[in-house]
Design a binder for this molecule. Structure first.
Ligand SMILES: NC(=O)c1ccc[n+]([C@@H]2O[C@H](COP(=O)([O-])OP(=O)(O)OC[C@H]3O[C@@H](n4cnc5c(N)ncnc54)[C@H](O)[C@@H]3O)[C@@H](O)[C@H]2O)c1
Length: 283
């Protein structure tokens, strides 16, 4: 019998995780708080499958079968018989802790609870449960159907068995895993991009080089697909400022201390593509 996965949160990430999992044969129950959010999530999945079919990357009947493996609900109880739960709700620790605490009393003893958090320490989420050894981070990247990486994060008490099960799940949906062995702020990926963006913004702020030249240096010098300042504009200067601030607060490591220019850009509303201007104009 197919294994059952519950995905909590049908937003950008939750619907992407549900999509790749159903395609890989998991029976998926997708839970959100409103029918509107579930409809948006399911429509997005359907549209994405259709795109893969039109490009010849997925057979039409495989897409139909995958879609049929996804059920949606606003009832958290539907997660009760899941073998694995992946949480992908808002990046708010209180919301996540409440969900994990409820799930802990609901699911089978052996069920693993995973969080897709990009930055909250897994240990803090796991502490809301009576099974911290069976809580793990499965940090997928956006857009989930396209991005090959899943960063697995060990909380302070995550067991080897839980990590192995999380790896098995992520690999079953076609991802390549990297393991974060210590639950540090920003894990591996957010630390790397934060350090790079902070240094690039410092070089830009002090007039050492233009934004264009900093990005060209990374692209042509290191083979990066996108330069750090263009990445900041795409992700949101506000999001990266927040990430770097958090890592700096926890680590007290100066290399993560964001330069003033990032704060002033956020104050001014120049946060990147979503506002029309960041390190570059976007019209
Ligand atoms: N967006 C990204 O690029 C990205 C990348 C990696 C990780 N993440 C992480 O993934 C998580 C989800 O991010 P997202 O971009 O999908 O957010 P999103 O805002 O698109 O979706 C969040 C969804 O969670 C739902 N929700 C809120 N409370 C809920 C509850 N109690 N039960 C069920 N659903 C609930 C909301 O209605 C919404 O549909 C966050 O922790 C985020 O940090 C995001």
């Amino acid at each position: 019998m197919a294994k059952k996965l519950a995905v909590i949160g049908a937003g950008l990430m939750g619907s992407g995780i549900a999509q790749v999992s159903a395609q890989a044969g998991w029976e998926v129950v997708l839970r959100d708080v409103t029918d509107a959010a579930l409809a948006r999530g399911k429509d997005g999945i359907e549209a994405s499958y259709a795109k893969f079919v039109s490009k010849g990357k997925l057979a039409a009947d495989a897409a139909e079968q995958a879609l049929a493996r996804i059920t949606t609900t606003t009832d958290l109880d539907a997660a009760a018989d899941a073998d694995l739960v992946v949480e992908a709700v808002f990046e708010k620790i209180d919301v996540k802790r409440e969900i994990f605490s409820t799930l802990d009393g609901l699911v089978k003893d052996e069920t693993i609870l995973a969080s897709n958090t990009s930055a909250i320490p897994i240990t803090k989420i796991a502490a809301a449960t009576s099974r911290p050894d069976r809580v793990v981070g499965t940090h997928f990247f956006s857009p989930v159907p396209m991005m090959a990486l899943c960063e697995l994060v060990r909380g302070y008490k995550t067991s080897d068995e839980t990590l192995a099960a999380a790896r098995e799940f992520a690999e079953s949906v076609g991802k390549t895993c990297v393991v974060v062995n210590r639950d540090v702020a920003g894990f591996v990926t957010t630390r790397l991009i934060s350090a790079l963006v902070v240094e690039a913004a410092k070089l830009y702020e002090s007039g050492v080089a233009t934004a264009e030249d900093i990005d060209i240096a990374c692209k042509l010098g290191f083979g990066h697909a996108m330069g750090p300042l263009a990445t900041a504009d795409l992700t949101g200067v506000d999001i990266l400022l927040h990430a770097a601030d958090n890592i700096y607060t926890e680590s007290q490591d100066e290399k993560f201390a964001p330069p003033e220019i990032m704060r002033r850009m956020v104050d001014a509303g120049d946060i990147g593509r979503k506002s029309g201007r960041g390190f570059y104009p976007h019209n």
